[in-house]
Design a protein around this ligand. Structure first.
Ligand code: NAP
Length: 432
């Protein structure tokens, strides 16, 4: 028998648990610890609410969760109810699958003005993350600026642009749906510090912008390199660029504009007590493809700025940390003896949800090589005793199923669920 603790119940955590089952069969016990009373991390609070098919992967994690040798230990915070050194004393391996839930800071003057928010907070707000339920972003318009040219920037722009009808079938939380209903935002400017070929947007997600009810993408054909250069791109990326070229050619007129402003680097945010404009510097690409400012600046009016420039893993005291990369310092997942990192906590915030599956399997191979069965570590019973002694209110997977049933029962017509947005409400729903 091996005892393994996984910290974090998102994709990386559940794929690691699944890999443990495949590797060790019945000779393993896996405890998945999460600070929230609800599982699935990024699937629940990161993936866009109008992308339900992507969220469907949680059914696979549920199958793993419902086996006897995997447990969900929710509502337990590392550093509060239990520490990493304590877990290392109880388990043969401890795997950090904590993701990258903090925003990379936007380090320009004015970034702390009210009305400027990071994507972790903004996405968390419309997805019902308890940390961000009170964000109340200013949607008075008419301008919003979204910084970054990745898929998160696309998600944010699309959510800001959709009509109420277009949220049918989504699980966007009620507070965000109501706020967006009265939004006056009519111009959403996506700032990309480099050019069309340097976007990090996938074709399916980019294509959706061309099919919105009241919003149309606006792209300047002059920003593109010669079309022949597209042939050198990897096929998926080429498809994305083709979408952009089609947007540039289409000239569709709709009331809401999603403007792709390329070669546009935000250098300051200004306003009297709140954001009013973003100062942008025109860029060119240098020989290595990096953005270099030209000195030419202009202002983009905005009452809301959402910075979608990537994420960081929060450090944990005593765990080696790579501050430059914003993740745990590790050698292919090995952090310290007995301590491992997987997923975004290991490699940074890149790749798709599926990328975490091979990651989970690779880390379990290392655990198999580094550990012996029946080491004498006590695992579950010892953790339970420790948490009980500290008065922790542990949420089990069965409890989560009751919370989920209550969320499903509270759903708007046609919606899959209405999420609880506070920890108290989640805990309260266990009794329903
Ligand atoms: P990302 O793909 O790394 O994009 C970050 C963007 O921010 C890049 O365009 C980057 O530009 C820009 N940026 C970084 N620092 C900046 C600065 N100081 N000023 C201006 N711009 C700056 O990150 P993401 O959008 O957060 O996505 C994270 C991961 O999740 C990605 O792998 C993404 O594909 C995935 N994701 C997938 C989906 C989906 O499949 N539906 C949805 C959401 C997220 P440079 O390129 O110039 O650095």
């Amino acid at each position: 028998m091996r005892h393994i603790a996984v910290i974090g119940s998102g994709p990386a955590g559940y794929y690691t648990a699944e890999a443990c089952q495949k590797q060790f069969g019945d000779e393993v016990r896996v405890d998945i610890i999460d600070r929230l009373p609800v599982p699935f991390g990024l699937i629940r609070t990161g993936v866009a609410p109008d992308h339900q098919s992507i969220k469907g992967v949680s059914r696979r994690y549920e199958a793993t969760a419902l086996t006897d040798n995997v447990r969900f230990v929710g509502n337990v915070t590392i550093g509060e109810q239990v520490t990493i050194p304590e877990l290392l004393g109880l388990y043969d391996a401890v795997v950090l699958a904590t993701g990258a839930p903090r925003d990379r800071p936007l380090e320009i003057p004015g970034a702390d003005l009210p009305g400027v928010t990071g994507s972790a907070a903004f996405v968390g707000w419309y997805n019902g993350h308890p940390d961000y339920a009170e964000l109340n972003p200013p949607l008075g318009g008419p301008g919003a600026v979204v910084i970054g040219n990745g898929n998160v920037a696309l998600d944010v722009a699309r959510i800001l642009a959709k009509t109420q009808g277009e949220f049918a079938g989504s699980d966007i939380v009620g507070h965000a749906l109501s706020a967006l209903e009265t939004s006056s935002i009519s111009t959403i400017t996506l700032l990309g510090r480099r050019g069309p070929h340097q976007i990090n947007m996938t074709p399916k997600e980019l294509g959706e912008l061309g099919e919105l009810e009241r919003a149309a993408p606006v792209v300047d054909a002059a920003d593109f390199p010669p079309e022949i250069d597209d042939a050198m791109l990897e096929p998926g990326h080429r498809k994305s660029i083709t979408h952009l070229r089609n947007f540039a050619a289409a000239h569709v007129e709709k009331p809401v504009h999603i403007i792709f402003d390329f070669f546009a680097m935000p250098v300051a945010i200004e306003g009297d007590g709140k954001v009013e404009r973003v100062i942008v510097e025109r860029t060119v690409l240098d020989s290595r493809g990096a953005a270099v400012g030209t000195g030419e600046t202009y202002a983009v009016p905005a009452s809301l700025v959402v910075s979608c420039i990537g994420y960081r893993t929060p450090p944990i005291e005593g765990v080696p940390y790579d501050d430059r990369a914003g993740r745990f310092a590790n050698d292919e997942g090995r952090v310290l003896p007995g301590l491992y990192a997987v997923g975004w906590a290991r490699r940074g915030p890149t790749g798709t949800i599926g990328t975490n599956r091979p990651d989970g399997f690779a880390i379990v191979e290392k655990i198999a090589a580094d550990t012996q069965p029946n080491s004498g570590k006590q695992g579950r019973p010892a953790l339970d005793a420790l948490l009980a002694a500290r008065g922790a209110e542990v949420v089990t997977f069965r409890d989560w199923q009751k919370i989920e049933a209550a969320e499903i029962a509270a759903a708007r017509d046609g919606a899959p669920r209405e999420k609880f947005t506070s920890i108290e409400a989640m805990l309260g729903a266990r009794g329903t």
